[in-house]
Ligand binder design. Structure first.
Ligand SMILES: [Zn+2]
Length: 300
């Protein structure tokens, strides 16, 4: 009986959360340390990640108040992608933003004396100025942005990939116009004033795609975005001439619609019907909803 109950809940869990739009959540059991503590310091710096992307990272130092699993020093530190250096800020869609004074429950994995963040849970809920169905973090100075697509996707031809990306980005119209300026062969994220969309030939754990949005800290104006899809997932098209019917994967246009929301300054929210809800089900069909366009219209 006990086994059946466990299997039942495992089934419900798998049926409900086969994948995530871009947020990485791993099994907390993987954590060597579970700690409660306050963010004591956040320091931004430039570095390369394992894929050769040149990014702003944040070194987050935590004052440990409670050890729920594993023994830790009084202060522990880890690095995450995204952060601020000088005038420039980088928002990474699958990484939380840490601020000094926040209290979190941190799930960390210690390997070779280096802590890596697996996930975190906020303990002090922040007072939100906006409703949880619409959160924004920055905006473009106009309502048009042009991007370049590297259409090299494992699952469909370049022209089909182009159409799917165009369908996803186009679903933010008429509030915001995302225009494909042409194709590119670039496959790395860097701040070069060129907005690019590309596929990375690896699996991304539970992450499907990540959008890197660069902005000016003082003005809150977005200056660039770069968007990366993990090509280890199976992508499908609504067009029968492009792919077979969706099975065990995602409609590329649906994931793109979500990612382009980040590219124009919109954060995740808690509304399951919104395109900016961070969890995606296999073969989900919804693109940008009228409430999402209304959200974009609050800044455009
Ligand atoms: Zn997202």
């Amino acid at each position: 009986m006990k086994k059946l109950v466990i299997l039942f809940f495992l089934f419900i869990f798998l049926a409900t959360f086969p994948g995530l739009a871009d947020k990485t959540v791993r099994d907390p059991e993987e954590a060597t340390h579970i700690l409660v503590g306050e963010v004591a310091e956040v320091e931004g710096y430039y570095d390369y990640n394992e894929y050769g992307d040149y990014l702003i990272f944040s070194r987050v130092t935590v004052r440990v108040d409670k050890e729920l699993k594993g023994r830790a020093e009084k202060f522990v530190a880890f690095s995450v992608e995204g952060g601020e250096v000088g005038e420039l800020g980088l928002r990474v869609s699958n990484t939380p933003v840490f601020k000094k004074g926040q209290v979190h429950k941190f799930y960390l994995k210690k390997l070779n004396a280096v802590y890596k963040l697996i996930k975190q849970e906020k303990l002090q809920p922040e007072v939100k100025a906006q409703t949880v169905c619409c959160l924004t973090f920055a905006k473009w100075p106009s309502t048009t942005a042009t991007f370049y697509l590297n259409p090299n996707c494992n699952d469909m031809t370049s022209s089909c990939t182009y159409s799917e990306i165009d369908l996803g980005s186009g679903s933010w119209q008429p509030v915001f116009n995302l225009v494909i300026g042409g194709t590119t062969s670039l496959t790395k994220v860097r701040q070069d004033y060129q907005n690019i969309v590309f596929f990375r030939k690896v699996k991304g754990g539970s992450t499907i795609a990540v959008t890197y949005t660069w902005y000016n800290r003082t003005t809150g104006i977005i200056i660039e975005f770069d968007m990366m899809f993990y090509d280890g997932w199976k992508y499908f098209s609504f067009n029968n001439n492009c792919t077979t019917a969706c099975n065990g994967g995602f409609y590329l246009s649906v994931i793109a619609a979500h990612e382009f929301g980040h590219a124009i300054g919109i954060d995740h929210n808690d509304c399951p019907t919104s395109i900016m809800y961070p969890y995606a089900d296999y073969c989900e069909t919804g693109l940008v909803q009228s409430d999402d366009r209304a959200c974009a219209a609050t800044i455009y």
